[in-house]
Structures are given as C-alpha cells and as structure tokens.
Design a protein around this ligand. Sequence first.
Ligand code: SAH
Ligand code: SF4
Length: 379
Amino acid sequence: MTTIVSESTQPERTNLLGLSREGMEAFFLSIGEKKFRAAQLMKWIHHEGCDDFSAMTNLSKALRERLEEVAEIRGPGVVYEGTSSDGTRKWVLEVEDGSYVETVLIPAENGKRRTLCVSSQVGCSLDCSFCSTGKQGFQRNLTAAEIIGQVWVAQRSSGPQKDTANRAVTNVVMMGMGEPLMNYDNVLPAMKLMLDDNGYGLSKRRVTLSTSGVVPMIDKLGDDIDVSLAISLHAATDELRTELVPINRKYNIRALLDACHRYLAKCGDARLITIEYTLIKDINDQQEHAEQLAALLEELPSKINLIPFNPFPHSGYEKPSRNQTMRFQQWLYDLGLNATIRSTRGDDIDAACGQLVGRVKDRTKRNARYIQSIQLDAD
Ligand code: SAH
Ligand code: SF4
C-alpha cells in the first residue's frame, strides 16, 4: 500500500514578509534564536528586497538552513506592470487565492513625492453608492504580507533601498481597494512596517490611512499607532451622507467628527485631518453644500481634498465639470477653507487612486482578456 502524504500534513512555513518588529522578534524567540535577528531579517527583506535566505550572508549557514525549513519570504506575484505617460506606475498583483489586487505609484508633478496607493481588502463590504470597489462586494481581507507586499514590490522594482534619497516610494496612502479599518489586524502590522526604520522608515506624516468612518476603530488606531488620518466625508448632512456612505447610519457625522477630535488629541504634534470629498454632479456640488461643509468643519483642524467623481459603468452618477469643481473650491475659499483638487493621474492605465479594480481570478478566457485589456490600456 502506498501512503499518500498530502500537502496539508507538511508544517506550514511562516511568511516573514508581513511580520512587524514585534512579530519578527516573537518568531525568532519561538525558534530558539535571539531577538536581535529580527532587525537583520527585516533589513534584508525590506531594505534589500531579498526573498532568498541563502543570500543573507551575515547569518550563519546553520541559521539560513533552519530558516529555509521553517520560514519563507513570499510576496505577491506580479501579473502586470505598466507605466503611464505621466509617470504613474501600476502593478496588478496576484495574491494567495488567485485574486488580483492593483497598486499604483503616483509621482507628484514637482517630482518630490512618489505616493503608493495601497489596498487593504479584495472588494469592500461597505457599499458606498459611488464606489466601484463597493459595488463588487466583499471578497476577503488581505493578509499583512499581502498589504506590505504591495510596498515591497513597488520598492523592489527600483532596486535596494540603499539611501533614502532614492526611494521608489516616499509616501503611502491606504486608499486602494477596501476599508482598512475593517481589516485592522492585518493593516496595523503592515503600517508599523511602513514606519519602522528597519522596514520602510517613512515618517508618520507620509503614511495616511483613509476611512469611511468606522468610529470605534479610529479610536483604536489612535491608541496603537500615529499616522495621518483621512476621512471620506463626501457630505455635510446625515441625510445625504447616509445615501452615499451607508455606514453613516451606524456612525453619524457628529460621532465621526468627535472621533477625529479624539484622534488629534492623541497625536504627538499639531496635525490636520484630511477630509476627502468626492464631488458628484448635482448631488453634493452646489453652493449650499459648500456652505454646510464650511460650517461643519469650522471647529476641526482639517484640510479638504476634493476628488472629482470618477465615473464607471452603471454608477448612475456623473462627474462635475472642471468649472463646477473650481467653483466649489472657490466657494470654500470664500468661506475661509482651503481645498485642493485631486488631479487625475495615470488615466491612461486606469490608475486613479481610490479607483483600483481588483478582480477575482477565473481561469477562463475572461481572465486572459482582462490582462490583455490592461496591457492595451497602458500602451
Ligand atoms: N475605504 C476607504 C479607502 C479606500 S477609497 C475610504 O472609503 O476612505 C479611497 C477614496 O476614494 C475614498 O475617499 C473614496 O470615497 C474615494 N472614491 C471611491 N470611489 C470613487 C469614485 N468613483 N470617484 C472618486 N472617488 C472615489
Ligand atoms: Fe469601501 Fe471606501 Fe469604496 Fe466605501 S469608498 S465602498 S468604504 S472602498
């Protein structure tokens, strides 16, 4: 009789990519090694972009062999990589179950910043009425390795992060697919790695979490980590906000603003909350809306980011004209508020931030056509 050893009887190797410093230290203690190994490993993984234990020459051969047996460094597979005419780069990544996740690196016009837009979930359960991710429904949470893996892939694509001046990624915004505060346990270690000197060493002002307003988790975030916070407000009355952002029914605008104040009180410095406001034609782009918004934000240290609605098929909404967008900005300005308009970058590779489309892989022609279509878009 032959014995069949199924894959599931093999002990699973720990993927070190998603471990924060605490996680990495706990891992080394668990295999009978000293804690200081954590920093060494993190530098290899995140500074050097290395996924091969045998190349880690400052570790003993015995330890490298041990790591080979019990651990791995497994990043997402790159299915597609493209650069648009304005320099925006996009990756389509394949994660564990064959789902696709997109991540984009958007250069600032002055060349000083390169902002990576990172996804936290495949799909999203919150179903905001103007969001294509929400319309796809929720597939699953990304693991910490899959979240930081997006930064790892982008950083690695331009070689080791030897000196900080030449970093591929200078800023991260959690504004890709998904609601980061609905996947807190994986988002937190990933964001810790973004800040850690042995990880990506980004300052707290350069790492931004965007949320549609999961109030209890905003409080938890403020207890656990210090990063910049962006709130997807989109409306200044509860009636309209509930229509656009259904989670407003559970945590209304007042509750959300109170949470913002509590968050600011925990920050170690004077900080502004970013208020994201997607402008949708005839829905929230009129003068009265600007007046309501100004009244609401009077007491909150904040800056407004206006995002012209990015249309997608069957959304039922339209993009406001450029003139109307600028008028809205002017109304706010006249009311004493500064607002920036988010420029649409990477249009030719369908890579606007907040507009990433992940798709669940099916091994059929439809899938092949999808890959082909994004390649054509980028040419
Ligand atoms: N779930 C988080 C982060 C991801 S969405 C959140 O909602 O904040 C990132 C930003 O893109 C949010 O402000 C979101 O409201 C915005 N967004 C989503 N769909 C959009 C669309 N079709 N046009 C313009 N902005 C959109
Ligand atoms: Fe989810 Fe954010 Fe889209 Fe709302 S806007 S459905 S919270 S990803």
